[in-house]
Design a protein around this ligand. Structure first.
Ligand code: SAM
Length: 204
């Protein structure tokens, strides 16, 4: 997976590669899918949701331009896999999931695997998680119709938001927004992606 799907497709950040080597993806999927855990495609998880394909997890993590002291917010915990990857790179991860069952099982899984710098919250992540803002980086792992304003407001100055945005429920452009001043943001479009919808007040 590392050599072929990640480095072979241009992932270069050593901290990202190291984290992808260390986190056992098979521990985040159903036992019956464990054999497919290192293939480069999404896999189904509970609640009709998916664990993203490894390349996209690595690509989005690299795009966040993380530092080891960063505090990161992830929206869309799902299985907890991407949170575990982030947790290997930065100091603290807050991750928000709207489905109670997924939040609960991700929390248990991360605890069992010994990841102590990740806090799983249950709620509507389109509103961010104001209690611990501002964040150095925010990553959204579900597709939004537009940039959720609460997330822009919870970025630290210099912070990066990486989020799939698109008018269709299952086809988006991956966007990186950098906060460069109190009310100044710079937006880059990175590539086309396909994510499940971000459902909530500032989402679908
Ligand atoms: N990052 C996850 C992983 O590593 O397994 C994969 C995330 S899955 C593609 C998208 C997740 O976003 C789903 O679990 C879905 O329930 C969640 N989601 C959708 N809308 C949300 C919202 N408003 N707040 C929080 N989570 C949301």
């Amino acid at each position: 997976m590392i050599r072929e799907h990640l480095m072979g497709r241009g992932i270069r950040n050593q901290a990202v590669i190291k984290a992808m080597r260390e986190v056992p993806r098979e521990a985040f999927v159903d036992e019956s899918l464990a054999e497919q855990a290192y293939e480069d495609h999404p896999l189904p998880i509970a609640g009709g949701q998916t664990i993203s394909q490894p390349y996209i997890v690595a690509y989005m993590t690299e795009a966040l331009e993380l530092h080891s002291s960063d505090r990161v917010l992830e929206i869309g915990t799902g299985s907890g896999y991407a949170a575990a990857i982030l947790g290997r790179i930065v100091s603290t991860v807050h991750t928000v999931e709207r489905l109670a069952g997924l939040a609960q099982s991700a929390r248990q899984r991360l605890e069992l695997l010994g990841y102590t710098n990740i806090v799983v919250h249950e709620g509507d992540g389109t509103l961010g998680w104001p209690e611990h803002a501002p964040y150095d980086a925010i990553v959204v792992t579900a597709g939004a119709p537009e940039l959720p304003k609460p997330l822009l407001g919870q970025l630290a100055i210099g912070g990066r938001l990486v989020i799939p945005v698109g008018a269709s429920h299952d086809l988006q452009v991956l966007v990186r927004v950098r906060r460069i001043g109190e009310s100044e943001y710079k937006r880059d479009e990175l590539c086309g992606v396909r994510f499940v919808p971000l459902i909530g007040t500032a989402g679908w």
